[in-house]
Design a protein around this ligand. Sequence first.
Ligand SMILES: Cc1cc2nc3c(=O)[nH]c(=O)nc-3n(C[C@H](O)[C@H](O)[C@H](O)COP(=O)(O)O)c2cc1C
Ligand SMILES: [Mn+2]
Length: 469
Amino acid sequence: MDLRDFIAQCEHDGDLKRVAAEVDWNLEMSHMAKLVEERGGPSLLFENVKDCIGSVMFGAYSNTNRLAKVLGRPDIKTTCGLSKAWMEMSIGEVIRKKEVATGPVFENTIEGDDVDIFKLPAPKFYEKDGGRFIGTACFMVVEDPETKEINLGTYRSQVLDKKTVGAQILKGKRGDRILQKYRKLGKKMPICLVVGCDPLLMLAGSAMVENADEYDVVGTLRGAPVEVVKAPLTGLPIPATAEIVLEGYIDGDNLREEGPFGEYTGYYTDELVNPIKKPAIEVERIYHRNDPILLAASVGRPVNDNHMMLAFVRNATLWTELTRMGMKGVQSVYMPPEACGRFWAIVSVKQMYPGHADQIAAAVIASHTCTYGLKGLIIVDDDIEADDLPRVWWALATRYNPARGTQIINRGRSTPLDPALGTGHNLMTSRIIMDATIPFEWEEKPVQVEMSKKAMASAKARLAELGLD
Ligand SMILES: Cc1cc2nc3c(=O)[nH]c(=O)nc-3n(C[C@H](O)[C@H](O)[C@H](O)COP(=O)(O)O)c2cc1C
Ligand SMILES: [Mn+2]
């Protein structure tokens, strides 16, 4: 599976439209894509971008149907269902990546004075953005210099000049921890930036995976190994069928101003007025396929590409973690894209003993997925699916008793992108747990209003008789 297979599937299903007319990378392309996305339209393939080579795909992740195609499970109709499928597949036997001799990614090599990243069709998304962003649905490949583990990470990246790409690798991420190891060794970090490939690889790059190679996560989900080739200068494994790869080095001591960027929260951060210096890739080579396709994701206020993919991936990895932690009774897990896909979680649990709901809540708070950014968690009983928001509201209205059901976690790790933290927050947020279950130990549980099964049968018959069915 590569990006071209995915595009062919979308096209076959009437879920992709090609734009052959010339469009401008400067706001025009992103705005066209955003308007189509807002009215629930198809994904778009811009084939003719002013002054650039290649094409750009927008909207690969913007609805559940497309996410289902990304996962290779078009039979599944909900994000919650897709997350469950990810969980079930990912706890299976690990299928490791496979190195192959060569691949289409090497159809073209650009090096030396010919390297000009501006020739790639990177869009400028919003007016106040600091420039053109080549990496919005990308991932970077690095190797841990101590453990030799391969790590993939998705960090948005801006074209800073002809040969430099800024990378917003936020503090404390696995990618940052590896970069700091190279810094201590007094070495530059070899890195490959992959833009456009099997869209599931990019999702794995954005998943909070620790102690595992994301190529193997995708191999396990696909049931077949990811084929990689060695990047010639750094030796890093890159997908054999990647569309565009930038190979180079990050000097952890040489930070550059990057941003601002219209974030997935729907806001700009403080960097709009106080620019922040970030790691930057000194690009030595560009490899690309013939007629390369850059994969881009829309950002800004929810709901769009970013929130759909964040919701799906966070939901899937949280569910996987709860399963690995041996949590019993978890029926479904859901992180609503409307809450930017990561700030709120809902878990449905079949309680088996007093305190069960609290135990699940504690496990969610302890999970690696939710260490970062989570602000709210709602626990509901198993008669309500986690993604059935009208019923979740019903539980909050009728089963939740704030004094009994609320716990506040005062100190949680968060993201500098959260506008609610204000300034001087030191990247800490509080979190709320709202237990909207009926306490297990209550001997007298509230009696629910139900329709009579017997009366229902005859009511159905009467309706049919009266032509009202
Ligand atoms: C579209 C998208 C863009 C992202 N951009 C960033 C970013 O700019 N910086 C960042 O640190 N994390 C970003 N993330 C989240 C990271 O990909 C995620 O935390 C991942 O675990 C990072 O990889 P690592 O754990 O190997 O460091 C983004 C996620 C998505 C889905
Ligand atoms: Mn990673």
